[in-house]
Design a protein around this ligand. Structure first.
Ligand SMILES: Nc1ncnc2c1ncn2[C@@H]1O[C@H](COP(=O)(O)OP(=O)(O)OP(=O)(O)O)[C@@H](O)[C@H]1O
Ligand SMILES: [Mg+2]
Length: 236
């Protein structure tokens, strides 16, 4: 366990990677995802927003659509990048298929680099019911130049592949022991060690988090991510 001002490995935006954020309601997952999503440079961005509250902000040129497009818009000029947000309709009879098709937009065309933010990963990667595109994203994201930030309050409710394939796990307050157990088993850390680490992080104060870095197989304690100006206005 390392800690301090800037102890954890900086996120390399040139690397394709999957990042999972977990923690109870209101613990800070969406804020983290939003900040990292906003600040990720030089990439086409895609928000799959089942509940309509994952808004990266107008100031970064987000275009929100209610109808799922057949492909992500192409940037107008070289060097420009698009930010598209689709608000899913949970009432639609094709809701699950639509969500999976939405993941497919991040994968094709294959050579295009994309960053996808899925604020309700439980809807897109439900245990044992992950769709074909979602499965490809989890298993082969690198081959498709696709990175993703996935948020989910309860790790036990999502496909175990998400934890198994995550390059980083951002852990806020996870009060349920079965969630801690599942994470510990998946990342290969003693459950008691992870539990103690999470408790110590929580004791630091609101919005501190524990970061697991799979490449280094290491846990880091991290201070609250700074929130961009205008955050409140961007929320609905
Ligand atoms: N790093 C932070 N610094 C300051 N305030 C924060 C930070 N992170 C979160 N907050 C505050 O906590 C609120 C809840 O955070 P957030 O929406 O990220 O929770 P969440 O984990 O996504 O919850 P839910 O499961 O309900 O979606 C934010 O609206 C903000 O006011
Ligand atoms: Mg949230």
């Amino acid at each position: 366990m390392s800690e301090g001002a800037a102890p954890f490995p900086a996120l390399d935006p040139d690397l394709n990677q999957l990042i999972l954020c977990v923690g109870r309601k209101g613990s800070g997952k969406s804020v983290w995802a939003r900040e990292v999503f906003r600040n990720w440079p030089a990439i086409d961005k895609w928000v799959i927003d089942p509940h309509g509250d994952a808004d990266p902000g107008e100031d970064i040129g987000t275009v929100t659509v209610a109808k799922l497009p057949t492909e992500l818009p192409m940037p107008r000029k070289r060097g420009e990048h698009t930010v598209t947000r689709w608000i899913a309709n949970p009432g639609s009879p094709t809701y699950r298929e639509d969500l999976d098709r939405a993941v497919g937009l991040a994968l094709h065309p294959r050579s295009r680099r994309t960053l996808t933010w899925i604020d309700e990963a439980g809807e897109v990667f439900p245990s044992n019911r992950t769709g074909p595109h979602a499965r490809i994203l989890l298993q082969q994201s690198r081959h498709y130049y696709a990175s993703a930030i996935l948020c989910c309050p309860r790790p036990v409710t999502i496909d175990p592949l998400v934890l198994a394939q995550a390059d980083r796990v951002v852990m806020y307050d996870v009060p349920n022991p079965s969630d801690v157990q599942r994470m510990a088993e998946s990342i290969g850390v003693e459950p008691a060690v992870l539990k103690r680490t999470l408790n110590e992080t929580r004791a630091r104060g609101p919005y501190w988090y524990t970061l697991y870095d799979a490449r280094e197989h290491a846990l880091y304690r991290c201070p609250p991510i700074p929130i961009s100006a205008g955050y409140r206005h961007a929320q609905q």
